[in-house]
Structure formats: structure tokens, C-alpha cells
Design a protein around this ligand. Structure first.
Ligand SMILES: Cc1cc2nc3c(=O)[nH]c(=O)nc-3n(C[C@H](O)[C@H](O)[C@H](O)COP(=O)(O)OP(=O)(O)OC[C@H]3O[C@@H](n4cnc5c(N)ncnc54)[C@H](O)[C@@H]3O)c2cc1C
Length: 354
């Protein structure tokens, strides 16, 4: 049994590991590889909702910093806090690099190469399963005529240096206009700042507003502030998340499934979960699509709750983002037990720019 994994982010690494652990041969392609200067490390928020997963990966806790609470600054100067049990920031570069090395020691073949659709079709003769974990614009768009994801919202995020000792151990959210500014310290001297906005927002304008808001909060923003776009993918039908090429089954996992990314990510946990399940499902009496649907579709109750959040926030997309995250820390904030508290917390924090 041979498994082909396209894309070696958290979804691909999880899938590869599960496949190896169940006795399969694994060939994985990643176009960036795990080089220290790989672009993708720079912007990533580093936030993980479940510290357990990362600890279990390598046991090296030097680059894991626990996040104890989310602190929402309200416009009346008060704060609204939500305790977080398992959240953390991680150094994703080290995490993925070590993870890939461990897979190689278990027998995986990892190639630092961008693979194209034609090569995949040729390889399909010798593999029985492929995991498409190639990210928000997956190679399956070419292989299976799946529409490329459209942008549902805009966001920008950047890693900056400064003194974040006051913030350390917290994720801070500051409202401004119809946007948010979030600050996630990874170290006392480094943090990710970012903001989300409506789909039509202009990136240049968001960048200027992030800078302005940072200055108001005394957050140091260097002139060479390196921004990255955070594409937030439109929802893709789960029925397109499994198909075949010749005799090879293909399953999409992680951002490739276009489950919406949240305002501040949370994609890592979900990508890991989907990568594992894309392998594990063969041993269960369910189909992969059915599992995705069951796991990620919001209930009526959730929708009712979200619509209240939506009315308060004025951000339709936030509602959809939250909807897509059952089981995540964000979901915890809006589960029926904590919803009144959550709504109470955000009520006064939202104001609209004229
Ligand atoms: C700016 C930004 C900040 C974020 N912050 C957070 C955060 O704080 N917390 C969080 O949980 N999530 C965060 N996310 C979301 C998170 O990064 C994703 O949800 C997560 O990385 C998805 O994992 P994945 O494995 O599905 O895809 P990816 O991590 O995108 O990995 C896909 C991999 O596929 C490779 N690839 C693509 N095409 C090919 C090809 N043809 N051949 C070979 N290789 C290919 C790419 O090189 C890449 O390594 C953030 C996202 C962005 C953009």
C-alpha cells in the first residue's frame, strides 16, 4: 500500500505520519521544503488551540509558549477575558522541520519539489491513495476541475519585533472600526499582529490602519513592516473532497478543503485532524466526506447563536468563520454555555467607523 502526500504542511505531515504508523509506504512532496528561510514561516501566527498535539510531536518545549487567556479590550476601557486551557504559540518552522525529520527516520521519502498535475496522474498508477494537502489553492483544482477558492474576506498578518512582555501569555484583540487588530506574542520580543476586514477591503488601507492602531496601543511597528495577505478561502463542497484518478483515491485535507480560516488562524489544529482522518477513515465505517460534513457543519443552534454575534459584530464572515470551527478554542467561546458571556464581552467592544 503506497500513499502519496502532496504538500508537507500540518495536514500533510499528519497524514504521512498516520500512514507510516499503519504500515504504508509514504512519498511526500513539498515545494518549499523545510529550509530556515522559507517564506511561509514569516507571517504565520503561531497560535495553536491544542498544545497537546505539539508536545506529543517532539517533546521539546523550548519553543512552545502557553497562552492562558484571550483579552478583548472594550472601547469603554474595560477588558473581557476568556481563559484558555490548552492554547499556545509555537515556532512552526522548528515544529515542521523536526516533524519531517522524524517521518524520514520512520521511512518516509520526502522530496523538496513542486509536483504538477501531469506528474500526479503518472504516479497514480503506483499509488492507491493520495492526500492533497497542498493548501488553500490545492492542486486538485487542476486535477479535478474543482473551482479555486475565492476570497471570502481579507486579512493581513505580520511578525514584528518589540517588547511584548506586557502581553506575554495572552492573545489580545483590539476593535477598531469594522476590523480587529490582534496581537499574539510568540516570545517576549516577538509577536504577530494582524487584522481581518471585509472582502472588499483594500490591503493598503488595512495596512495603514494596522499601523495606526498599533501606534495608538504603543505597539512598535517597524517601517519595513512586512505584511502578508491572509487569503480566507470560500467554502468548498465536501463532495469534492474525495475523488479518484485511475485507481488512486484522492482525499483533500487541511486548508485544501477550504474550511474557512479563522480571523486568527486555528488552521493548524484542524489541518492536523483532517490529515490524520484522511488516512484513518479506511478503518472506520464511515466515508471521509460524511465525516467532514458531520464534524464541521454547524447546527441550527450554532447558526442562531452566530447570527447574534453577526448582528453585534457586523461581520458576516466572522460568523461563517466561527461556524467552521467546532471543537476549536473559538468554538468554545461561542458554545451554548459561554455564549451569553461572550456576547456580553463583545457587546460594547464593537463600534463602527463613520
Ligand atoms: C498569515 C497567516 C497566519 C496564520 N496564522 C495562524 C495561526 O496563528 N494559527 C493557526 O492555527 N493557523 C494559522 N494560519 C492558518 C494555517 O497556516 C493553515 O490553516 C495551515 O497551515 C493549513 O495547513 P495545511 O497543511 O492544510 O496547508 P499549508 O500549511 O498551506 O501547507 C501546504 C503545503 O503544500 C505545499 N505545496 C503546495 N502545492 C504544492 C505542490 N504542487 N507540490 C508540492 N508542494 C506543494 C506548500 O509548499 C505548503 O508547504 C495562518 C495562515 C496565514 C496565511
Amino acid at each position: 500500500m503506497r500513499t502519496l502526500v502532496v504538500g508537507g504542511g500540518p495536514a500533510g505531515l499528519s497524514a504521512a505520519e498516520k500512514a507510516l504508523d499503519t504500515g504504508k509506504e509514504v512519498l511526500m512532496f513539498d515545494k518549499d521544503g523545510y529550509k530556515d528561510d522559507s517564506e511561509r514561516w514569516n507571517a504565520w501566527g503561531g497560535f495553536v488551540g491544542d498544545i497537546g498535539k505539539v508536545k506529543q510531536l517532539n517533546g521539546d518545549e523550548e519553543y512552545i509558549s502557553k497562552i492562558d487567556k484571550l483579552v478583548w479590550n472594550k472601547k469603554n476601557g474595560k477588558e473581557f477575558k476568556v481563559e484558555m486551557d490548552n492554547a499556545a504559540t509555537i515556532d512552526r518552522r522548528k515544529t515542521e522541520k523536526l516533524w519531517a525529520q522524524r517521518l524520514e527516520s520512520k521511512g518516509a521519502e520526502i522530496r523538496n519539489k513542486e509536483i504538477d498535475a501531469g506528474e500526479i496522474v503518472s504516479l497514480s498508477e503506483s499509488f492507491d491513495l493520495m492526500i492533497d494537502s497542498s493548501g488553500a489553492m490545492p492542486i486538485s483544482c487542476e486535477l479535478n476541475d474543482i473551482e479555486a477558492s475565492s476570497r471570502a474576506a481579507t486579512g493581513m498578518s505580520a511578525s514584528i519585533k518589540g517588547d511584548f512582555s506586557n502581553f506575554y501569555g495572552q492573545m489580545k484583540v483590539f476593535p477598531f472600526g469594522r476590523d480587529y487588530l490582534y496581537v499574539i506574542p510568540q516570545l517576549e520580543s516577538r509577536a504577530t499582529v494582524g487584522a481581518g476586514g471585509p472582502r472588499t477591503a483594500d490591503f493598503g488601507e488595512i495596512e495603514q490602519r494596522i499601523k495606526k492602531r498599533c501606534r495608538e496601543e504603543n505597539i512598535p511597528v517597524p517601517e519595513d513592516f512586512q505584511t502578508r495577505l491572509m487569503p480566507v478561502a470560500g467554502g468548498r463542497s465536501y463532495s469534492t473532497c474525495e475523488y479518484s484518478i485511475n485507481e488512486m483515491t484522492v482525499r483533500l485535507a487541511g486548508d485544501a478543503t477550504s474550511n474557512l480560516n479563522a480571523l486568527v488562524g486555528f488552521g493548524f489544529d484542524r489541518a492536523c485532524e483532517q490529515g490524520e482522518m484522511a488516512i484513518k477513515i479506511d478503518r472506520l465505517s464511515s466515508s471521509y466526506q460524511a465525516w467532514l460534513k458531520k464534524k464541521y457543519r454547524a447546527s441550527k443552534l450554532q447558526r442562531a447563536i452566530f447570527s447574534k454575534v453577526h448582528d453585534n459584530l457586523g461581520h458576516k464572515f466572522i460568523v461563517r468563520l466561527l461556524e467552521s470551527l467546532p471543537g476549536s478554542t473559538t468554538h468554545k467561546l461561542i458554545d451554548p454555555e459561554s455564549t451569553p458571556q461572550f456576547l456580553e464581552g463583545i457587546k460594547d467592544s464593537v463600534y463602527y467607523s463613520q
